[in-house]
Design a protein around this ligand. Structure first.
Ligand code: AMP
Length: 542
């Protein structure tokens, strides 16, 4: 017998509907391309999303078609992505930092019918246009602009399309398993792979992101998603903001430390989300500008490992709790979040800080396990603390890559993340490395992340990446590639000495290479593949 309760499909449009019904006057402030600020609210965003949904319906698109966006975090982008998914189309957020060949590949792979873009990306569109013939409609996410019209005569303008419609539109109701949006993985090896989310997976993910043990969001928050909407939906933050009805501050393309400090202080941001390189810039800018970032009670960091020194700086200098989270495109992205348990309350500050370093524990809806080898289902690590391959399962985890027919999951239905990790008895996860970034020295594994974290603890080091270099005797040895703080006189020997009381001697890097900058991927992660290409033979050569 079924239960006798109402059934309502979990649809993305219901998030916006909720925000419009109960938080209509809550502000959404975004920074325009020309640095001016635009203020709107959930009521207006909802009305414009409805208008734009009607405009999309009038185009030659059908339920289930992909509509791509190439845009920064701004209010028009938020309106458009709710309009796309809410009306039954698939919102394909594209990372503009991909190489043009990758952009062409993913637009064709997704068979995007419409491409919505911020003015900034016009040159990119013009460069790839002849290679993306499936795109029939180009919409510039702005008001009418003669220069853009000249360069791309078929372009339509978002503001015109919205103004031509009224907001009398009812979001359609359909199966909650319908595809809602599409993101491609960073693609550090081979072509990027698409992950196709559903309305149901997105709404459940949003609920999990909001709870106190995750990001602890409420209508009182002022949220600043620095992580771009093209990086796994800004980790789902604009959905979560609608669910709780909080204020949203959207930085546009201005992700540098000084701009962020100003936005945080001007709008009293309480919670901000971003990758470690963003926070690095924020801390330097706050120091320079003398800001105490007083309003920011917490910042969420993920995407790559957060150096312990960064967590300590936020806590000690800014009274800001850094919430370390782990996730991936294939997990919508939230997998684990670091929040303390009741039993940790009475621990000393340093003991609590120690717990805060890990990537945290899974919210309801996610299962995690550690196995001995990739795609292994038999040798599950029963020992608490054993290191192995991390596999996950849950309501918002990928089943297949977009368009792929080959099995992605293990025979018993788990997704192998490609990360090497361990779990403690409370379910807190510590990521040691990407499997491919581990260093195998004389048959023993060395974690590059651990070595990077130590280097980052040195006050003279601004950024650190550790890679495996080929070695005649040991096969591979760690090499540290570091960026010094401005004008620092630090030497290789001083950094190597710094490792001595912190790690076993055989794990200390063989060499330090100073560089001006470490190459970053489109999502702000260190491109270790590029560093490996450059320095893999450095120990053989010397
Ligand atoms: P992406 O799909 O581009 O978001 O990349 C996902 C990968 O980023 C994961 O598989 C991890 O290797 C890495 N990652 C994400 N969050 C963290 C974290 N907090 N600590 C260490 N690695 C992380």
């Amino acid at each position: 017998m079924y239960g006798q309760m109402m059934f309502k499909p979990l649809l993305i449009s219901s998030l916006l509907e909720h925000a419009a019904n109960f938080h209509a006057d809550t502000a959404i402030i975004s920074k325009n391309l020309d640095t001016s600020l635009h203020t709107t609210n959930w009521g207006e965003v909802s009305a414009n999303a409805k208008r734009f949904a009607k405009a999309l319906n009038a185009l030659n698109v059908q339920h289930g078609d992909c509509v791509a966006t190439l845009a920064w975090n701004n209010y028009r982008h938020v309106e458009a992505w709710y309009a796309i998914s809410g009306s039954g189309l698939i919102c394909h957020t594209i990372n503009p930092r991909l190489f043009p060949e990758q952009l062409i590949f993913i637009v064709n792979d997704a068979k995007d019918r419409v491409l919505i873009f911020d003015k900034t990306f016009l040159p990119l569109i013009l460069a790839i246009k002849t290679h993306i013939s499936n795109v029939e409609t180009f919409i510039c996410l702005d008001a009418y602009d003669e220069d853009i019209k000249q360069a791309l005569p078929e372009v339509q303008f978002y503001d015109d399309l919205v103004q031509q419609q009224t907001a009398d539109y009812d979001w359609p109701e359909f199966d909650e398993l319908t595809a809602s949006s599409l993101c491609y993985t960073s693609g550090t090896t081979g072509h990027p792979k698409g992950v196709l989310y559903s309305h149901r997976s997105t709404v459940l993910h949003t609920l999990a992101a909001c709870i106190p043990d995750s990001l602890n969001l409420s209508a009182q928050d002022v949220m600043l998603p620095v992580v771009p909407m093209f990086h796994v939906h800004a980790w789902g933050s604009p959905y979560a903001a609608a669910m709780v009805g909080c204020t949203l501050i959207l930085p546009g393309p201005y992700l540098d430390g000084e701009s962020l400090v100003k936005m945080i202080d001007d709008y009293q941001v309480t919670v901000a989300l971003g990758v470690p390189t963003i926070w690095q810039g924020l801390i330097s800018a706050a120091q320079k500008l003398g800001s105490q970032l007083c309003s920011m009670t917490r910042n969420v960091v993920g995407g790559s490992a957060c150096p312990p020194s960064m967590i300590a700086t936020f806590k000690q200098d800014y009274h800001c709790e850094t919430i370390h989270a782990w996730g991936m495109t294939e997990a919508s992205p939230l997998g684990t979040v670091n929040q303390l348990k009741a039993k940790h309350k009475d621990l000393s500050a340093s003991e609590q800080a120690e717990i805060r370093l890990s990537q945290g524990r899974p919210p309801f809806g996610i299962q995690v396990r550690i196995v001995n080898q990739e795609n292994d289902t038999t040798s599950i690590q029963q020992d608490v603390g054993a290191i192995g391959n991390l596999q996950i399962k849950g309501h918002w985890i990928v089943k297949h890559y977009f368009g792929a027919s080959d099995a992605l999951l293990t025979s018993d239905g788990w997704f192998d993340t490609g990360d090497i990790a361990r779990l403690n008895s409370d379910g807190y996860l510590t990521i040691s490395d990407r499997a491919k970034d581990l260093i195998k020295s004389g048959g023993e594994w060395i974690s590059s992340v651990e070595l990077e974290n130590i280097a980052m603890g040195h006050p003279e080091v601004a950024m650190a990446a550790v890679i495996a270099a080929k070695h005649e005797k040991w096969d591979e040895r760690p090499v540290l590639v570091a960026v010094k703080q401005p004008n620092s006189p630090i030497t290789e020997m001083e950094i190597l000495d710094y490792y001595h009381d912190k790690i076993a001697k055989w794990q200390i890097p063989d060499k330090v290479i100073f560089v001006d900058a470490i190459p970053l991927s489109g999502t702000g992660k260190m491109l270790k593949r590029k560093l490996r290409e450059d320095f893999v033979n450095i120990l053989l050569d010397s």
